[in-house]
Design a protein around this ligand. Structure first.
Ligand SMILES: [Zn+2]
Length: 443
């Protein structure tokens, strides 16, 4: 039995002097108004459930700041991303992912959803173990010390006109949904690794193959994630090719439902919002990436109102800070609507924690007995939060905290970050620096 004592914790509201007891990686008791027992480790500041980063492409961390200044649009960014994607080998991917996951842990992220499509070698040649890159990502998460749902993406064609994969895309492809399923079936799970499915997008997967992936996820009771309507061009191509919007096509293919997460969902018709909400499909917003790539601002409040749980992702890793993602959901809506008050701070905190954990298939994200013992402490004495008061603390955390306020991180009842330091990796910055330089030397 291990125990932590929090000065302040977010349970069904803010509670003082909270004793969190854990055994076998789970919370066994959570009690407020308790004096700290001698053996309990003290947590100062505000303790929150561990943060869930639902949508990550770890390798894109190498492009931070290199693809952001200047030029053009989503499609020109994708050209640079493809050059990187086309050159990474499994060792380079492992190094880059491990260092990126260390950055995530230091930001309070205890679970990551890794949306993975670099399955094969450059040119599409299979590795001797077909899942070598997926296994490298899982090993990177394990070594860093966070939980992962590996969302292995089916990616079969170059666009809605049916053109084949070419160039860097060749290594994404399995050539058929059946071959994808057979490969993914061979991926092992572990105590902190789950395997989920992904349909890369309606651009990359035809309707019949979408149904195969959805059936695989249903059989495994696994999460199913899909990029949806990030760009208007995807909607136009989808309407031209099928007569349906991407959301309606996914619905007809049987790919929507409560285990499904639509990533971005930026450019939706009113009917799409109804379809996603009625199916209780989660929506993962990635506002720092969406603003970086000039995608637009999605109808987050309308989706939540229609029944879609919201969650958040760092996606392109332009920034790894879920506090920034959470407040952006509200603040971006204010800019496009001319009004405030679309999302309560408690709902944004839910998106960072329980909403994200559910979308990734983990029973975590709330401080309750029986759930996974994943939690983080946020420093309330920092210059950004000094002056806080009980009545406004949730709003102050959502609107003013940053990744830098996270001091302590516990994953599965094991402390991995204490006082802002990773306990087994003394210098994550140096690892990241080396991994990024190695990755970029190949492009
Ligand atoms: Zn993505």
């Amino acid at each position: 039995l291990t125990s932590w004592h929090a000065e302040l914790a977010w349970l069904d509201g803010l509670r003082r002097r909270v004793l969190l007891e854990c055994a076998d990686g789970r919370l066994t008791s959570v009690r407020a108004g308790v004096e700290p027992p001698a053996q309990a480790r003290r947590l100062r500041g505000l303790v929150l459930p561990g943060l869930a980063n639902v949508h990550s492409h770890a390798f894109q961390r190498a492009l931070r700041g290199r693809a952001q200044a200047g030029g053009a649009d989503f499609w020109s960014w994708r050209q640079l991303m493809y050059r990187l994607a086309g050159s990474l080998d499994p060792d380079g991917l492992f190094e880059l992912a491990r260092a990126t996951y260390l950055e995530m842990l230091l930001a309070g992220i205890t679970t990551v959803g890794e949306f993975h499509y670099l399955h094969h070698g450059p040119g599409g040649r299979p590795y001797s173990d077909r899942n070598q890159t997926g296994l490298a990502l899982a090993a990177a998460a394990r070594e860093a010390g966070l939980r992962m749902t590996l969302l292995d993406a089916c990616y079969l064609r170059g666009g809605l006109d049916g053109r084949p994969l070419e160039g860097a895309q060749l290594r994404f492809g399995d050539y058929s949904a059946a071959a994808w399923a057979e490969r993914v079936d061979a991926l092992p799970e572990g105590p902190a690794v789950k395997v989920g499915a992904a349909i890369h997008s309606v651009r990359a997967v035809d309707e019949a193959s979408m149904s195969v992936v959805a059936e695989w996820a249903a059989r495994r009771q696994a999460p199913l994630h899909v990029h949806v309507s990030e760009q208007p061009a995807e909607n136009q191509d989808c309407l031209a090719a099928t007569g349906l919007t991407p959301s309606a096509l996914l619905e007809r293919a049987g790919a929507l439902g409560p285990r499904t997460t639509a990533v971005h969902a930026t450019h939706l018709a009113a009917r799409d919002i109804g379809l996603l909400g009625a199916a209780r499909t989660s929506v993962c917003l990635c506002p720092t990436t969406e603003r970086d790539l000039a995608d637009g601002v999605g109808p987050a409040a309308a989706l939540a109102g229609a029944g879609s749980p919201l969650c958040l992702g760092s996606d392109s890793q332009a920034v790894i800070d879920l506090f920034e993602e959470a407040r952006a959901v509200e603040l971006d809506q204010r800019l496009v609507s001319g009004r405030r008050g679309h999302h309560r701070p408690e709902d944004l905190l839910h998106a960072m924690t329980a909403g994200g954990a559910a979308a990734l298939g983990w029973d975590a994200g709330r401080l309750e007995p029986g759930l996974l013992a994943d939690f983080v402490a946020v420093d309330l004495d920092s210059v950004r939060l000094a002056g806080w008061q009980d009545a406004d603390l949730v709003a102050q955390a959502v609107y003013a905290a940053t990744a830098a306020e996270v001091t302590d991180v516990v994953v599965g009842g094991r402390q991995v970050v204490a006082e802002g330091r990773h306990l087994s990796e003394p210098n994550p910055g140096a690892l990241l620096d080396a991994a990024v330089r190695r990755a970029l030397s190949g492009i």
